[in-house]
Design a protein around this ligand. Structure first.
Ligand SMILES: [Zn+2]
Length: 677
């Protein structure tokens, strides 16, 4: 309880980075059929009610969230200009430093202060201090930490109260505080009069990883890889190591990197019609054209004809020969033609009363820019199974990445780990032990369609590519908002069960889908857990922010009722294992995952209804973890922590892949030592 509960503090990150357009995006002036650009902005959210409105608004929130001294929270989000202009009530764009904490009334009774955790860590940037404490006066108290360190060093810093969904979770530093040398002792002083002292312990201070022998090989990833390349890599590994691997084609094919072809004709709002092909663009939809013709003669009826690939709408005219057909009439006329290869619809919520003007032929387009050799057909998702004995007799470990398409570093973590395991097996004892004792399942990309869309069309794509929106939310300018958040599509702690942190809005960044397990991407993950009952550990690899998390990952907002917490025994095991794995991660380049970002998802991040780790844990008894790779980098010039983003320059992405592959191999080591209880 202690320590874990204290880690209930959400860390947030701030920064404002504009996302570059996908390299393939055509540089054309924005028209009504073009999606709005997006940018990564930092929002200020005053309280739980505003956070609820923000989630409900469909905002695409990142994992960088931070409590502020004034009680608000700052969170990074991926937003369009229209979303920015219409932020939910109370939510605003963060600017400058947050307001200082309001002066608090002096408590009439001295409060009790408890230090939950006081730790120091040494990253490649020096010493840092992290403290979590609580006051019996809750958020009414302001807590200040003073410390003494080695060599007579000392310092002082104010904590922030963290209140989530109306519940006070404790006080912490907004981010770890730099110290001149190793901090030894702290005193926490409350404005309520209470104080507490504690010794400062080392973090993560986990078990030291197995030493790899001389000649241990690593560093196998040289670039970001789209799905086709990821699959080629694991196929090549299977060909080279047939006695140590199996290639598993997961049973549920994705919908495919494909869309129906569309055209927006006319001028919204009022007089505009959306035409959508029945066939996917790649299957003939892109060959169709639509024109609106003015007959140039009086008293003509509205007529629709299909000639080859051209659909001609001949507009009705009045006695003077002027076109009089409204958008609604054109839609009805098109849809009344038997066997016509398109459907017409009104633009968004327009009633369609505007009169349509003649328009030359417009070719329909699926707006997909990937090269022709990127397959459009439903995709097979592949798993590489690694181990000496792949018969169910060894402890299974599942590592799966890229549920979220834009998280380009995450597949590299799994590829790097697979390469290291296989290429060091023959000469490295520690690696051989892992392959003797475990049965490893690696899925580099759960969501290949979304990944292709992120690579070739819209690099901020989070979800899969399947559009479940009704016609009025399906005009081509909205195409970057479609899709299901794969990590909200699972069946435990789900939106439909009443849990918070997913959306029923098909355009939301966290759209849960039309039903639990509606998407092949989520069914594939659960299929692995059901089919291979020896899987006892799972790592769901995400980015960014630098977190290490486990269940529960969702709560009901009213009363902040979480999914059941693991037993104290299991919580201790989760935490102890995390410290071991974080020790291994730190060994790569000195990245230390912060203590306040190590813990249950609901405590250290937010509620994520219907996520996969919860289903693996609660339904299958699998220790389900989440990495958020891409920890903040310390900027010594500004003395602030800076976020790395979803697609950092490859040099940084490469370094993240190296350190979290080491972490993943450390998890496999924990599985190798695991004894069924
Ligand atoms: Zn993610």
């Amino acid at each position: 309880m202690h320590g874990l509960r204290a880690s209930a503090v959400v860390l947030l990150i701030v920064g404002s980075t504009f996302l570059a357009p996908a390299p393939s995006a055509p540089a054309v002036a924005a028209g009504p059929a073009d999606p709005e650009p997006v940018s990564l902005v930092t929002l200020s959210v005053p309280d739980a009610a505003a956070m609820e409105r923000l989630v409900a608004s469909g905002a695409d929130l990142t994992e960088r969230v931070r409590p502020q001294p004034d009680g608000s929270v700052r969170i990074d989000a991926v937003l369009t200009p229209s979303q920015l202009a219409a932020l939910p009530e109370g939510v605003s764009r963060a600017s400058g430093s947050p307001a200082p904490a309001a002066p608090k009334a002096t408590a009439t009774q001295q409060d009790q202060v408890v230090v939950e955790r006081a730790v120091w860590f040494r990253s490649r940037d020096g010493y840092f201090l992290s403290v979590e404490a609580s006051s019996s006066a809750a958020e009414a108290a302001t807590l200040t930490v003073t410390w003494q360190g080695r060599r007579g060093t000392s310092g002082q810093a104010e904590m922030v109260a963290y209140v989530d969904a109306g519940a006070y979770l404790g006080h912490q530093f907004s981010t770890p505080v730099p110290a001149d040398d190793r901090p030894l002792r702290i005193t926490v002083t409350s404005t309520g009069g209470g104080t507490a002292q504690a010794r400062v312990r080392e973090w993560p201070d986990g078990a030291r990883p197995d030493q790899n022998g001389r000649g241990y090989q690593k560093d196998f990833v040289t670039q970001y890889m789209p799905p086709a390349q990821l699959n080629e890599r694991i196929k090549a590994l299977h060909r080279q190591f047939p006695r140590l691997t199996d290639l598993i084609a997961l049973p549920y094919r994705t919908n495919g990197y494909r869309r129906h072809a569309q055209a927006l004709i006319g001028t919204p709002p009022g007089a505009a019609v959306v035409v959508t092909s029945n066939a996917y663009g790649s299957e003939g939809g892109n060959d169709l054209s639509v024109e609106l013709a003015a007959p140039g003669a009086p008293d003509r009826p509205l007529r629709v004809t299909v000639s080859g690939k051209l659909i001609t709408v001949s507009l009705a005219t009045d006695a003077s020969g002027t076109p009089v057909s409204t958008a609604a009439q054109v839609v009805a006329a098109v849809n009344a033609v038997p066997g016509i290869p398109v459907k017409a619809s009104l633009y968004r919520t327009d009633p369609g009363a505007g009169v349509m003007a003649a328009a030359p032929p417009v070719q329909l387009d699926d707006f997909l820019n990937a090269p022709a050799d990127v397959p459009r057909a439903p995709a097979q998702v592949l798993a590489l199974r690694i181990g000496e004995r792949r018969d169910g007799s060894r402890t299974g470990v599942l590592a799966y990445a890229q549920e979220h398409a834009r998280e380009w570093v995450t597949p590299l973590v799994t590829i790097e780990a697979a390469e290291r395991l296989l290429r060091n097996y023959a000469h490295d004892r520690a690696t051989r032990r892992l392959l003797e004792r475990t049965d490893i399942f690696i899925v580099p990309t759960v969501n290949p369609d979304g990944a292709n869309y992120s690579f070739y069309d819209f690099n901020s794509q989070r979800k899969n590519m399947t559009n479940h929106c009704p016609a009025q939310q399906s005009d081509p300018a909205l195409r970057n908002t479609w899709g299901v958040d794969v990590n909200r599509n699972y069946a435990v702690g789900s939106l439909s069960d009443g849990y918070f942190g997913a959306s029923a809005n098909c355009q939301s960044g966290t759209y849960a889908g039309p039903g639990e397990h509606s998407e092949p991407e989520s069914r594939n993950v659960i299929w692995l857990a059901q089919k291979y009952r020896n899987i006892r550990f799972a790592m769901n690899v995400h980015s960014y922010g630098g977190f290490f998390m486990w269940p529960p990952g969702a709560y009901k907002l009213d009363g902040r009722v979480t999914l059941p917490r693991p037993t104290p025994q299991d919580e201790a095991y989760f935490l102890r294992s995390a410290r071991t794995i974080e020790q291994a991660i730190a060994g790569e380049r000195g990245t230390v995952i912060w203590p306040q970002q190590t813990g249950p998802v609901t405590d250290v991040l937010y509620s994520a209804a219907g996520n996969s780790a919860d289903e693996l844990w609660y339904d299958h008894g699998i220790y389900g973890w989440d990495f958020e790779v891409g920890a903040d980098l310390w900027d010594p010039a500004t003395r602030t922590w800076e976020g790395v983003g979803f697609q950092p320059p490859f040099e940084e992405g490469h370094a993240e892949a190296m350190e979290f592959a080491t972490g993943l191999i450390s998890l496999i080591g924990i599985a190798a030592d695991y004894k069924e209880r």
